[in-house]
Design a protein around this ligand. Structure first.
Ligand SMILES: [Zn+2]
Length: 694
């Protein structure tokens, strides 16, 4: 449970493994990866008016959103291509071959079980029965902690945490690096327990939020009926569930406050933790997990939230609490239940929340499930097929060029004192670069995967992952571990390990293209590298020192300067309207926007020094200068189409700005852009009040 993560892209809501009979298998091998393309710019448009449209309009016009997606982009295409590679691996592995090795048995049987929709349907809710029986058999509230521990173990992987908190019943529990001493792994508890994306969905009183709540209640009601409730019972149960989740939402810390790590840093002894929840025994909870982990203290992200949980346990009836737990279990499991369950789940989380018209074909959902649950077993095969040693070396060269560029940028800053610059450079030089895949692959040999038990396989692999997390408590930090699987189209900075991480999955066109020139690669993957590096120095990342400890290494004067500059960025993005009536939240997206702005600037500086060293600074291509090609590549990787529903969801609960603002918000702050395209003061891509942090 790393509380601090900085991803490049969006955490797309995981919707539905399950499936409709209309889902068609689509041949992924037909997917063509997009390459950098200068002919894709729309020369009839003025780049200084709307650069995103200039670079992306043609692409957007010819790439409508497929019905089974809420958004469509180069990243989505690459993701589909990657999944095609994985599908081929999984289809071969799932052949009933007695010669298969253990890894192929596990990934193959997991995939085959997930794909067998008719077997899942004929089993019906019998697949859930052992778990439902456990909840039904509870006799008194004192038995709750043991059952909550069990539910946490089997559902933590299925119900993945987001920036708003854990998605497991009542709260989240796991391991984390300590915030003050990153060399220590401690036990950690966080808020959780909600079925809607964020606490605000329960609390905001605008018409759209009220409508979403009604849709959510209808979804709960239908799911309860599928479990055997009469319509009247389902109605009553849905009310109980919504009331409980609303009480949890009220006790939750909001997503903007959660961005300040100091707000999440509460060290407690077991006794102090217990004092937060007189009606919930931590001894019982920990005993059910095999004993209290030998932790130096408990890192409690949100003590007020746990007080709220205690209040709910104290005042809700025992039956109501069981109703809530049953719902949480079923909702987490819904993607691997029958078509009827999965369709209801998709109708809410897919159709209503994200505007997706139909479910993705079943092979894609099942491939994603194997990637989630046995990711490094599958990832090893992906890397074998796609990632060569030459790719790693060229990527490392780019990373080193960007690191050098950020170093120069820091040295030349006019607003930072020498004392803080010195510390910043120490931190920069200590950043470790992780490219492609882990050096040591995870060993899944203790995970039992049984062909024909789709749900059981997910529970079993989830429990393995949960226990693997707990086993880290009290041990030295494993610096080699990755938070993303190798085929993932994304990247991240880890402030507590002080590492930048680029999975093999993103090191493909158009992000990283061996056939493209330097200008294109610096504008695409170069800006991504710059983005991750800058996260080490954004409003959150800057609070961690070179060793990943939460420690203030800034002078007061520099702190003040930084805050003023960051406020400029926050105000700028708060003025952007994502979709009519929904503006961006500049404070929520501040870290990402800072990283986008800094990343693009240092990538451009890196390109310019690389070209100067090679004597190629003036080489044009199709009439475009290297700087122009750089910005076009930067814009092109973000070309995308979105449903209005998904735009709204992201603007409300995701720390990333939607792509058009990731492009235009950055270029309007850059005199280098305005010079490259000869933009004039007063044009929209020339900000009157350009923000500059890094
Ligand atoms: Zn980021």
């Amino acid at each position: 449970m790393n509380s601090q993560r900085y991803f490049l892209l969006l955490l797309v809501l995981a919707v539905s493994i399950g499936g409709s009979i209309f889902a068609r298998a689509q041949s992924a091998t037909n997917t063509q990866l997009d390459h950098f393309d200068l002919t894709a710019v729309d020369k009839s448009l003025d780049p200084c008016v709307d650069f995103y449209q200039y670079t992306c309009k043609k692409w957007i016009d010819s790439n409508p959103i497929p019905g089974d997606q809420p958004t469509w982009s180069h990243g989505s295409k690459l993701n589909l291509w990657n999944q095609g590679v994985l599908r081929d691996v999984l289809e071969k592995a799932s052949a009933d071959d007695p010669e298969r090795d253990l890894v192929n048995q596990k990934i193959g049987d997991y995939y085959a079980s997930c794909m067998d929709e008719s077997a899942i349907n004929s089993k019906g809710i019998a697949a859930l029965k052992p778990e439902l029986d456990r909840i039904d058999a509870l006799k008194q509230k004192s038995q709750l902690p043991a059952e909550v521990a069990h539910l946490h173990a089997i559902t933590a992987a299925l119900a993945q945490a987001t920036d708003s908190g854990a998605k497991t019943p009542l709260f989240g529990f796991g391991s984390s690096q300590d915030l003050d001493d990153a060399s220590k792994v401690v036990a950690a508890a966080d808020q959780g327990g909600l079925g809607l994306p964020d606490r605000d969905y329960y609390l905001k009183d605008d018409a759209k939020s009220a409508e979403t709540r009604q849709q959510y209640i209808a979804f709960i009601r239908k799911t309860q009926e599928l479990l055997g409730d009469s319509p009247a019972q389902a109605e009553a149960h849905a009310k109980v569930i919504m009331d409980t989740e609303t009480a949890l939402a009220k006790a939750s810390m909001d997503i903007v406050q959660r961005r300040d790590p100091a707000n999440l840093n509460h060290k407690m002894s077991l006794k102090e933790l217990q004092a937060l929840t007189p009606h919930f025994s931590w001894d019982e909870y920990l005993k059910a997990m095999g004993g209290a982990p030998p932790t130096i203290h408990y890192l409690v992200a949100t003590p007020d939230f746990l007080r709220g949980v205690d209040q709910i346990i104290a005042t809700d009836s025992f039956d109501d609490l069981k109703t809530y737990l049953r719902w949480q279990l079923v909702n987490a499991s819904g993607t691997l239940l029958t078509t009827a369950f999965a369709d209801e789940r998709f109708d809410f989380y897919g159709r209503k929340l994200t505007g997706q018209k139909e479910q993705r074909p079943r092979w894609r959902r099942c491939t994603q499930a194997v990637d989630r649950d046995l990711g490094e077993a599958l990832g090893e095969a992906y890397v074998d097929r796609t990632f060569g040693a030459d790719g790693k070396q060229r990527m490392l060269n780019l990373v080193h060029a960007l690191e050098e560029s950020l170093g120069k940028d820091i040295e030349q800053l006019d607003w930072m004192t020498p004392a803080t610059k010195k510390e910043a450079l120490i931190k920069l030089h200590k950043i470790e670069d992780k490219i492609g895949y882990p050096n040591k692959w995870r060993d899944y040999s203790s995970v039992k995967i049984i062909r024909g038990d789709a749900l059981g396989n997910a529970y079993c692999s989830g429990e393995f992952e949960f226990k693997r997390g707990l086993a880290k408590i009290g041990k030295p930090v494993d610096r080699g571990e990755w938070l993303m699987t190798p085929p993932t189209v994304d990247a991240y900075y880890d402030p507590q390990l002080n590492t930048i991480n680029f999975p093999a999955g993103i090191l493909q066109p158009p992000f990283f293209d061996k056939s493209a020139d330097d200008a294109a690669n610096f504008g695409a993957i170069g800006a991504v590298i710059g983005h991750e590096l800058t996260h080490g120095f954004d409003d959150e990342g800057r609070k961690f020192d070179p060793n990943g400890n939460l420690r203030d290494w800034w002078t007061d004067a520099d702190n003040k300067e930084f805050e003023g500059r960051a406020k400029c960025v926050a105000d700028e993005y708060s003025s952007f309207e994502a979709t009519p009536g929904t503006k961006l939240n500049g404070k929520l997206t501040l870290g990402e926007n800072t990283a986008d702005n800094g990343g693009a600037r240092i990538a451009l500086i890196a390109l310019q020094s690389t070209l100067a060293a090679a004597g190629k600074s003036a080489e044009t291509e199709d009439g475009f200068t290297p700087e122009q090609r750089f910005f076009i590549a930067y814009g092109q990787v973000w070309c995308s189409s979105w449903t209005p529903q998904f735009l709204r969801l992201v603007a409300q609960s995701n720390p990333h700005s939607p792509p058009q603002f990731r492009v235009n918000g950055v270029v309007q702050n850059m005199p280098e852009f305005q010079k490259a395209f000869n933009c004039k003061k007063g044009q929209p891509m020339v900000s009157d009040n350009a923000c500059h942090v890094w």
